[in-house]
Design a protein around this ligand. Sequence first.
Ligand SMILES: NC(=O)c1ccc[n+]([C@@H]2O[C@H](COP(=O)([O-])OP(=O)(O)OC[C@H]3O[C@@H](n4cnc5c(N)ncnc54)[C@H](O)[C@@H]3O)[C@@H](O)[C@H]2O)c1
Length: 351
Amino acid sequence: MAKTLKVGVIGVGGIANTHMPGWKDSPYTEVVAGSDISDAALHKWGTQWSVPQLSNKPDDLINDPDIDIIDICTPNNYHAPLAIAAMKAGKHVICEKPLGPNPESIRQMIEARDETGKTLMTAQHFRFSGQAKAMKAEIDTGSLGEIYHARSWMLRRSGAPTRPGFILKSHATGGPCIDIGVHILDLTLWFMGNPKPVAVTGVSRAELAHQKGAFSVWGGPIPKEFDVEDFAAAFVRFENGATLILEVSWMLHHDTNSEDMQMWLYGKNGGSHWPKCEVYSTNYATQQHYNTTLQIAKDIREPHAQECVEFAQAIIDGAPSPVPAEQSLQVLTILDGVYRSQDTGAEVLLD
Ligand SMILES: NC(=O)c1ccc[n+]([C@@H]2O[C@H](COP(=O)([O-])OP(=O)(O)OC[C@H]3O[C@@H](n4cnc5c(N)ncnc54)[C@H](O)[C@@H]3O)[C@@H](O)[C@H]2O)c1
């Protein structure tokens, strides 16, 4: 039986491949076209996934009346113009993270979404893992009580990507702060119930990237053109009084050979750790500590694929976007505030 939603993928480099199993698994979607400014990337991907319609002009997909969904997997700075054009051409849009490289670009995407009534979702795949869903469900029962503080980090050792799309401001806007900070911050805010951020103090600097011999475990030496930060840290205040400490880096002298991604939440009735999926509480009457480990159901599929399946299901059901753009705007408002605070050397008040 023909599938009802036809998908066109724009930017078919690395991450686009992780979406393909989801589009294949969904009972509703079929990838019919791909676009990339690199002919080599386009033909490699088209052959690998047997996609017939290939073009080096994204507009060919955006203006194709047979396409229902545009899946944007280009570097950060191209997300907003492509997404806005696609929604105005009547397509639903799933877009890689960060949804836009700054708050203004996301506001424009929200405006286009509201004008057109199309579904817009940020591909925050960490939300779609069994671990994250279990933790979110547990926190939503109220077991932590009022969450008043969080500590979150995503830290790598010699783990900078080296492609221009990540290390040049002209393609990416920023480095790890918006590249991977967006992952752990999105998850943290979602678990906290998306309180409104009101102020941020932050630093974002390149401390190691320009050292002689600096390298990436994924791609040889750090190119000398690298002009983004390699480290960022922030202290965030929320309207409800909660606070958050955030630390992000592609390259720290840290005790890990891959990636250290953690989140601690502290509430009045309990604390929690992700990804250990543990909850901690104290009975003050008996002076007894309790540690509980959540039992996690095995993931149905890899989270990047699962996000595509759930996006298609939301369109079919007429349900809200599984990752609302307003929540991505909140995330980028904080991360943009980190850059602004670095520039001013002071706390930045957020709109
Ligand atoms: N969710 C995740 O886990 C995850 C992981 C990696 C990257 N990403 C995000 O995905 C996006 C792409 O990252 P990637 O690792 O796939 O990068 P990549 O460099 O491997 O691929 C990007 C592709 O986009 C193409 N491209 C560049 N500009 C274009 C344009 N204007 N129109 C059409 N094609 C264009 C490039 O030629 C390249 O083939 C980034 O925004 C990044 O932040 C997400």
